[in-house]
Design a protein around this ligand. Structure first.
Ligand code: GLP
Length: 247
């Protein structure tokens, strides 16, 4: 299969967000009924702000015929909890840019394994993800697919790596003991099934993960290296995140 890797380096986080926004605006205009895979974290925050503001103020774009699936959600955290990914998506995007239907795994489900199976079924029934937005963890994780000995497939319950707990503690007042230790996440197989992927990284703390994902070995020990084998992926980096792949 012909493969398309595009890599763009822009000066800073603002330029990165603008670039991603323009790409999604073009895509959404061409494909009003598309199915999106959405990410949380601080990286897409400004992108979502640009998108929701444009949708609300210009009246030129709408996502009300589109469908979204979020990558992941903490387990055992109430969807109404201020730090749940449900709350994040509502506050950052959905309240001003609603989709026809939006799906986020339910980390409070009584039967988490069944919840994962249902989530995969819903993605399948939607016709599959056309555009997947991704961030990357400092340890190379995507979604909550942590460094591991094997590649994951569909949605599953993941144990958070200690380095992820430590990185995400900043959202929980710096208290690692408050960070959930598990999450439901789409697997690497689910992510690789998306037709198109847009992965964004900003900041020097992501530089090594970006370098390893793009230029290192294809290994589940660096989950984002799976993208080396995806047929249509765009890497959008700011200068700092790209600092170890440039001359
Ligand atoms: C989190 C999320 C990922 C996200 C990554 C980077 O733990 N599960 O989906 O891409 O870590 O987050 P940030 O963008 O805040 O650096």
């Amino acid at each position: 299969m012909a493969s398309r890797l595009s890599l763009k380096v822009v000066p800073d986080y603002e330029a990165l967000s603008q670039e991603a926004f323009e790409k999604i605006k073009r895509f959404a205009t061409l494909h009003p009924q598309a199915v999106y895979g959405l990410a949380t974290g601080s990286t897409p925050e400004r992108l979502y702000q640009l998108l929701r503001t444009y949708i609300k103020e210009s009246g030129k774009l709408s996502l009300t015929q589109a469908t979204s699936f979020n990558l992941d959600e903490y387990s055992k955290l109430d969807p109404k909890h201020p730090l749940s990914y449900h709350t994040f998506m509502w506050e950052n995007l959905f309240f001003e840019a609603p989709f026809k239907s939006s799906h986020i795994p339910n980390g409070m489900a009584e039967d988490l394994v069944q919840e994962c199976l249902n989530y995969d079924l819903l993605i399948k029934q939607s016709g599959g993800i056309k555009l997947q937005i991704l961030g990357i963890g400092e340890n190379g994780h995507i979604g909550f697919n942590e460094p591991s000995e094997t590649w994951s497939e569909g949605t599953y319950v993941a144990d958070l790596h200690p380095s992820t707990i430590s990185a995400n503690a900043r959202f929980f007042g710096g208290d690692q003991s408050k960070v959930p230790t598990q999450a439901i996440t789409m697997g690497i197989g689910s992510i690789m099934a998306a037709k198109q992927i847009l992965i964004m990284a900003s900041g020097a703390n992501k530089a090594e993960a970006v370098r390893a994902a793009l230029l290192g070995k294809h290994t589940p020990e660096l989950p984002a290296s799976c993208l080396q084998r995806h047929p249509n992926v765009t890497w959008l980096l700011d200068k700092e995140a790209a600092s170890l792949i440039r001359d």
